[in-house]
Write a protein that binds this ligand. Structure first.
Ligand code: UDP
Length: 248
């Protein structure tokens, strides 16, 4: 519970609270699950704690590798204190293997390994159904400057590579992931939001069956069952890897 803290914003998966310090917000991870632009709704037992724990670990791993993130610490297992940022209304998707909307929109076969990671930008706008944006649309819509798009693209590829390597240590293939970035009070770009089985596609290396290998929100989207077990298993494997030494 978050006592008498004032709610700043309630999203589909998290509630953001204001704290005594204007530079710091408290993110409370919920068990609610949505898919297909919130047309499908449900709840995944203990998801808030699991996703908060996975995200926190991944943010710390990335921070150790020099990536600036909004993560500060965890006052409780399903809460994250974060640096206050203005979120850019762009979903940055990085794909290593074809799945989801890439297959639907291009006809690429599910599971096709891409020649190189693909970075895509989607407009965070539920009313418009989160459309795919071109770089020029980003400029026309004044969602980001050319320099910001370059920085975000570079960061997204770096983050993808680091997480691909990390998940391999957990026996998991990182198929694709969604990242969000925000600007702090100094206009610095920080990695924000969360990185969890809700926002990544994760396949178990030990399984070849296309349904059994799924350890992410596709279990909810496609009614594959055993969602809680899959999320818990990701957490179990992620927390077993010790944090690497900080690069100096
Ligand atoms: N994703 C997300 N939030 C969104 C849309 C996508 O976290 O609003 C994640 C999704 O879980 C997957 C990746 O981004 O790991 C690519 O999703 P895709 O474009 O294939 O969309 P989907 O078909 O999953 O809606």
């Amino acid at each position: 519970m978050s006592g008498n803290l004032q709610k700043l914003y309630e999203g589909k998966a998290k509630i953001l609270y204001i704290t005594d310090n204007p530079e710091i917000l408290l993110a409370d991870f919920k068990d609610d699950a949505t898919a297909f632009n919130a047309q499908k709704k449900g709840s995944i037992i203990d998801k808030g704690r699991i996703n908060c724990s996975i995200s926190s670990k991944l943010f710390q791993i990335l921070a150790n590798k020099g990536i600036k993130t909004h993560f500060i610490d965890n006052p409780t297992p399903n809460q994250m204190r974060v640096k206050a940022v203005t979120i850019l209304p762009i979903e940055v998707i990085v794909r290593n293997i074809a799945a989801g909307s890439l297959c639907q929109q291009t006809g690429l076969e599910l599971g096709k390994v891409l020649l190189k990671p693909l970075v895509e930008f989607y407009y965070k706008n539920d009313q418009l159904g989160d459309p795919l944006l071109t770089r020029d649309r980003l400029y026309v819509m004044q969602l980001a400057t050319a320099e910001q798009v370059d920085t975000i693209t570079h960061l997204a590829l770096q983050i993808n590579k680091l997480l691909q390597e990390f998940f391999q240590q957990c026996g998991i293939t990182l198929v694709d992931l969604k990242l969000e970035f925000g600007l702090d009070s100094q206009q610095q770009i920080l990695l924000a939001d969360e990185i969890s089985p809700d926002t990544c596609r994760l396949w178990d290396n030990a399984k070849t069956d296309p349904n059994q290998r799924v350890m992410d929100k596709d279990r909810f989207r496609k009614d594959l069952g055993n969602i809680e077990d899959a999320y818990q298993e990701v957490l179990h494997r992620v927390i077993q890897v010790t944090l690497p030494q900080k690069n100096n």
